[in-house]
Design a protein around this ligand. Structure first.
Ligand code: UFG
Length: 323
């Protein structure tokens, strides 16, 4: 690479994971151009040091211009629609945004010679695997439209790498959670376990546990919670991996998780300890499409990206949410 600072185009940079990623990239000395249509992002977390453009990555002509004018070296594609239930109700929107518009971005990048891409994929690509931990060779078998769109774009990245010598990394995030000093999850409605549990503990409102008859040690579902700061660090590690001399042409998928499973019941106890309050638990039937266990094997992330989780113990994630 030349002496100038490298320039990264960060789609979805006004969102939860995107904003944390912007901070990590800037702290490491990269120039950051954020592109976000603000459909779910917030301008107040855009760092002053980043440049910001409002718009969609689906506008191919504008994308070519932006990639060229900003002399982009790497695209970090965090932008997406990401609500699982909504994805099954409105597959048109999810395929349009997560696949069609993303393909426009990919074509634009390829056309102007920007050949390095880091993609925010998801453990949702695996569906409901039965193995105790999931490595990247686990078959792709999504059980919802959201996961299907992530598979589709990963496959496009693989084909583009083969045909056009692109270099890409798909980071398959497990359950991203927690807050940094500047960034917190602000979903409306909030469906995720840990923020809902903290709300229930603080408000006294009932908390629904979706299923306690899974074939897991305590009957509740197991997930792998990974701190958003660790996810941001993984994006940075993938960018630096692609920028280094001799980075291979091709597409690689990498799991990003803590490598540890936490059950819903364990999370309830941890929130009760951290808040010193009791959660008023109601047992409800299983939520449609919920796999019993999703726990990452993170061997590849450690070996390839020299990345490891640093702040993803569940108690630490919960403390970061409490403030
Ligand atoms: N849960 C409850 N009660 C609640 C909320 C959640 O019991 O009020 C349970 C769920 O049934 C599940 C676990 O807590 O067993 C975690 O649920 P989340 O909604 O927090 O997260 P998911 O595992 O369903 O999904 C998340 C992301 C997806 C991503 C997936 C990949 O939301 O985008 O992780 O692992 F695809």
């Amino acid at each position: 690479m030349s002496e100038r600072a490298t320039s990264v185009l960060l789609t979805g940079g006004a969102g939860y994971i995107g904003a944390a990623t912007a901070d990590a990239l800037l702290a490491d000395g990269h120039r950051v151009v954020i592109l976000d249509d603000l459909s779910s992002g917030h301008t107040d977390t855009i760092p002053n040091e980043a440049s910001f453009k409002t718009g969609s990555y689906g506008e191919a002509d504008k994308m070519e211009e932006l990639l060229r004018d900003a002399r982009i070296d790497v695209v970090v594609h965090c932008g997406a629609k990401s609500i699982v239930a909504e994805s099954d109700e409105h597959p048109d929107r999810y395929f349009a945004n997560n696949v069609q518009a993303s393909l426009n971005l990919l074509n634009a990048a390829c056309n102007v010679g920007v050949k390095r891409i880091v993609f925010s994929s998801s453990a949702a690509v695996y569906g409901a695997p039965t193995s105790s931990t999931i490595n990247e060779a686990t078959p792709l078998a999504p059980v919802n439209t959201y996961g299907a769109t992530k598979v589709a774009f990963e496959l496009a990245l693989r084909s583009f790498a083969d045909a056009y010598e692109m270099q890409s990394v798909s980071l398959r995030y497990f359950n991203v959670a927690g807050s940094t000093e500047r960034v917190r999850e602000r979903h409306d409605p909030e469906t995720h376990l840990l923020p809902r549990l903290i709300h229930a503990a603080e408000s006294g409102e009932p908390f629904s546990i979706y299923g306690n008859d899974y074939a897991t040690p305590d009957g509740s579902a197991l997930r792998d919670y990974v701190h958003v700061g660790d996810v941001a660090a993984a994006n940075l590690a993938a960018v630096n991996y692609l920028l280094r001399d001799g980075a291979p042409v091709g597409h690689t998928a990498v799991n990003i998780g803590s490598g540890v499973g936490t059950s819903v019941k364990q999370a309830i106890s941890a929130v009760e300890r951290a808040t010193k309050r009791t959660v008023n638990v109601e047992v409800q039937p299983r939520r449609a499409g919920d796999p019993p266990r999703l726990i990452a094997d993170i061997t590849r992330a450690v070996a390839l990206l020299n990345w490891r989780p640093r702040q993803s113990e569940t108690t630490r994630i919960i403390r970061s949410l409490i403030g």
